[in-house]
Write a protein that binds this ligand. Structure first.
Ligand code: UGA
Length: 457
């Protein structure tokens, strides 16, 4: 790797933080996590080589093209390529000489619900021949507790003097660049003793800018770091399912779950964030993480401790059933042969990710029940088409609404929130809207002549 001049800076108002740029970094895996991490590290001034086994992905990244929609990524990628601080390759040998090797490969759900560690294991095995003493392997992927200790032993046995640590990632899709460059906190899971101290110093250099700005940094042992990540996601999933359970109660009791969330959210101990009732959570993290966490707790003989996560999962999946049932109800019992406009396919706004997307699942189920579905999403049509080519994809909100007998808003994109309900009323055949994310202005849509059905209100 290129060795840039080591420059020493003073950072922070205290003037005590000393750090050197650039750190020579490798990032293994160029998916949502790795591509953003690699580009962000180059943006911070480090010297980065990023590796992936997928030549198509590497070719696009090397050409400055983000392989998925993530606000801000194209800009930092172009900047990093222009500065010469980043290279993309399929050749693992090119990571040789990096001081810090980040593992950023996926840990998808396996057939039993447990995490599939194939990619993590393959990444470590193929890294080992190119690793040298004094270098650090830094896991960022979400793994079952105990994985890091196993990999740490593998690394130090194969390359004495090399150290594996765990530094989980908490980025949210849609805010991934911001969350990587200035996260809420850093968590370093390191071994005891000198190796651990050297690892902390190395990561402090990597993250010097954010640390100088005061970002909290917690140094813990390996299992704690692994658990911090998965328990944070389990907590977030539980918070969402809690409010969705309240939505179920509100629906039968005649209450409004949005007002309820506002009211309980004023209690600082509860907080309003992640209390938006709707279709529930999806994506590549929360659903598979709660299942993997449960599976791991079972393996460790403490399955009962996480038994509640089965309910969290069940409440979440019931939201999708509820919307399908509501669609049938508002259309007089059946959706077969009826024109349904589906607005939103991504699992959340500002993303083209349709992994475990509640919106796409509902669209596909309505099609399965015989509805004629016109589906639109500002960014996720191409990704949705790969999974469900049989849906009728349209190119605008207006195209979806035209002649619709029912409108379903399933992802809370700004474009849908802002759409003029009067214009919508003029386009549809039947003014009924199901607001699956409670994101529309109910009064404005009602005033425009729509029958409005929200979630839990
Ligand atoms: C999640 C976590 O929020 C990140 O901290 C974590 O780093 C990441 O997983 C990961 O493990 O990599 P992400 O999957 O990008 O991030 O999405 P979230 O913003 O957490 O949203 C997840 C789902 O919950 C979405 O489908 C969203 O619509 C839903 N949600 C969120 C609700 O239904 N209600 C809410 O109030 C909030």
């Amino acid at each position: 790797m290129g060795r840039g001049p080591a420059l020493t800076r003073r950072g922070g108002s205290s003037g005590r933080t000393r750090y050197r740029l650039p750190v020579r970094i490798s990032v293994i895996g160029c998916g949502y996590l790795g591509a953003v991490h690699a580009a962000s590290m180059a943006k911070l001034g480090h010297d980065v080589v990023a590796v992936d086994v997928d030549p198509g992905k590497i070719e696009r990244l090397a050409a400055g093209e983000a392989p998925f929609f993530e606000p801000g990524l194209p800009e930092i990628l172009t900047e990093a390529l222009g500065s010469g601080r980043i290279r993309f390759t399929t050749d693992m040998a090119e990571v040789a000489g990096a001081q810090v090797h980040f593992l950023a490969v996926g840990t998808p759900q396996g057939p039993t619900g447990a995490a599939d560690l194939t990619y993590v294991d393959a990444a470590v095995t193929s890294l080992l021949p190119h690793l040298s003493a004094g270098e650090f392997v830094v896991g960022k992927s979400t793994v079952p507790v105990g994985t890091a200790a196993r990999l740490a032993a593998q690394v130090s046995e194969a390359v004495p003097g090399a150290t594996l640590v765990w530094n989980p990632e908490f980025l949210r899709e849609g805010f991934a660049v911001q969350d990587t460059i200035s996260p809420d906190r850093f968590v370093y899971g390191v071994p005891d003793g000198e190796d651990g101290e050297r690892a902390v110093a190395a990561l402090d250099e990597v993250y010097a800018e954010a640390l100088a700005a005061g970002t909290p940094r917690l140094v813990v042992n390996l299992p704690t770091a692994e658990l911090v990540k998965i328990s944070a996601n389990a907590f977030l999933a539980t918070k969402i399912s809690f409010i969705n359970a309240m939505a179920e109660i509100s629906e039968v009791a005649g209450a409004d779950v949005t007002a309820l969330a506002d009211a309980i959210g004023h209690d600082a101990r509860i907080g309003r964030k992640f209390l938006n009732a709707g279709l529930g959570f999806g994506g590549g993290c929360l659903p598979k993480d709660i299942r993997a966490f449960q599976a791991r707790a079972d393996e460790l003989g403490v399955g009962e401790s996480l038994a509640f996560l089965a309910d969290v999962d069940a409440i979440n999946l019931r939201r999708r059933d509820h919307v399908v049932e509501l669609a049938q109800e508002v259309l007089g019992g059946a959706v077969a042969g009826r024109r349904v406009a589906v607005l939103g396919l991504a699992f959340k706004p500002n993303s083209d990710d349709v992994r475990d997307s509640p919106a796409l699942d509902i669209a596909a189920r309505l099609l399965g029940l015989g509805a004629s579905v016109a589906a639109y999403d500002p960014e996720a049509v191409a990704t949705a088409r790969r999974v469900h080519p049989e849906l009728d994809y349209v190119e605008s909100v207006a195209d979806a609404l035209r002649d619709a007998e029912l409108v379903l808003v399933l992802t809370e994109w700004e474009e849908f929130r802002r759409f003029d309900p009067a214009e919508a009323a003029a386009l549809v055949a039947n003014p009924v809207v199901v607001d699956g994310r409670n994101c529309l202005d109910r009064d404005a849509w009602t005033a425009a002549g729509f029958t409005y059905r929200g979630m839990g209100r």
